[in-house]
Write a protein that binds this ligand. Structure first.
Ligand SMILES: NC(=O)c1ccc[n+]([C@@H]2O[C@H](COP(=O)([O-])OP(=O)(O)OC[C@H]3O[C@@H](n4cnc5c(N)ncnc54)[C@H](OP(=O)(O)O)[C@@H]3O)[C@@H](O)[C@H]2O)c1
Length: 343
């Protein structure tokens, strides 16, 4: 079988983890890396024996020997980088959060459709075997009708302003960085968008949200209670409560190794699958499956859902709802308008 040829766009923390995890995908070949500097591209390429190394993202996007590009830049860059790669005819796996606003997500999706290229948000959780099992349990009605989802994704990090995590200029803040995991989890379980979203957050010294919580309401009064933080540690568990029982995903639920099913009046059932590497290869298997089947998006992580997640996060940040200002960078948006011009 011919290998699928990957290009890696940027050389930061998760790009390193991603390339390491590609070793678990035998038909993946990392052929090139692109960075903002030649030095960084060379260092990264030497470390992982990558044959081609580029000093610009554009050069990577235009390499004709690449099938798919993994985008691992800060959130504020995703749309711009993704659109550039798709305009060059490349399939794209784009890190979460997909973009920084729903408007950008719409632009990304429009370009994918116009160019007829594959695009997927790298929301890694839903590709884990444990999640496949949890969805089987939920969809086969074992816990009855789902009435509540409860999840938290909270960490306590010592982030500096210049790092991306809490830096508003780079699309930082807990909602986009880790809130996406819990909002994405609720969306996956309910299989639809919430009817309403409210919440609170705390904007810290760097001008971005350090922590927050949101309450999402679905049809028939079903709820999701979700919390997220970058300066407050929590247990990082998820629970799905139904009318006949519940499912628990112990920490770290976003990279799940275990799920416990408890149906009223029955013995509990445990499903376990030990983590391999960082678990980032599961999403790569899905990208490969889609590319080989000629799909332009993943049924497990559809583009309409990525858009819906951004719309929900926009709603949570709307004035009077979450009290977190929507961070926009006018220079960035000007570039975006140019990139999105239809041909
Ligand atoms: N799926 C997961 O489990 C997971 C985990 C962590 C992070 N992520 C996501 O992956 C993305 C990157 O996160 P990360 O933790 O790897 O970030 P990081 O360590 O800060 O790396 C980001 C890279 O982006 C490039 N970059 C481009 N413009 C930049 C700018 N203005 N400032 C700083 N860097 C810039 C840099 O690479 P060059 O210098 O080579 O250009 C940098 O090394 C984010 O979207 C994040 O949410 C996902």
């Amino acid at each position: 079988m011919e290998k699928i040829r990957w290009g890696i766009l940027s050389t930061g923390s998760i790009a390193n983890s991603f390339v390491k995890d590609l070793q678990y995908v035998p038909d993946a070949d990392v052929v090139a890396v692109g960075s903002r500097t030649q030095e960084s591209a060379d260092q990264f390429a030497d470390k992982y024996n990558i044959p081609k190394r580029y000093a610009t993202y554009e050069a990577l996007a235009n390499d004709p020997d690449i099938d798919v590009i993994y985008i691992a830049t800060p959130h504020s860059m995703h749309a711009e980088n993704g659109i550039m790669c798709m305009r060059a005819g490349k399939a794209v796996l784009c890190e979460k959060a997909f973009t920084i606003t729903a408007r950008e997500a719409e632009q990304m999706i429009a370009v994918a459709r116009e160019e007829q290229v594959f695009l997927m948000e790298a929301l890694v959780t839903r590709h884990f075997p444990v999640i496949h099992k949890v969805l089987d349990w939920v969809n086969s009605g074992l816990i009855g009708e789902v009435r509540m989802v409860h999840a938290n994704r909270c960490a306590r990090g010592q982030f500096r302003h210049e790092q991306r995590h809490l830096n508003p200029e780079l699309g930082g803040g807990s909602l986009l960085d880790v809130g996406i995991y819990v909002i994405g989890f609720a969306s996956m379980i309910y299989g639809k968008a919430p009817l309403d979203a409210v919440g609170y957050g705390h904007v810290g010294e760097f001008g971005s949200d350090e922590q927050g919580a949101t309450l999402l309401q679905y049809e028939n009064g079903a709820l999701a209670m979700l919390s997220f933080a970058l300066r407050t540690a929590a247990v990082n568990e998820a629970y799905i409560y139904g009318t006949k029982g519940h499912i628990k995903l112990p920490a770290l639920f976003a990279v799940p190794e275990k799920a416990i099913l408890r149906v009223d009046g029955q013995e509990e059932v445990v499903f376990e699958e030990k983590l391999i590497g960082n678990g980032l290869h599961y999403q790569v298997l899905e990208v490969h499956r889609c590319l080989r089947e000629g799909l332009l998006e993943s049924p497990r992580m559809p583009l309409e859902e990525s858009l819906q997640l951004m719309q929900t996060m926009d709603k949570i940040r709307a004035p009077g709802v979450f009290h977190i200002p929507m961070i926009t960078n006018s220079f960035h948006f000007k570039n975006m308008e140019d990139l999105c011009q239809t041909k």
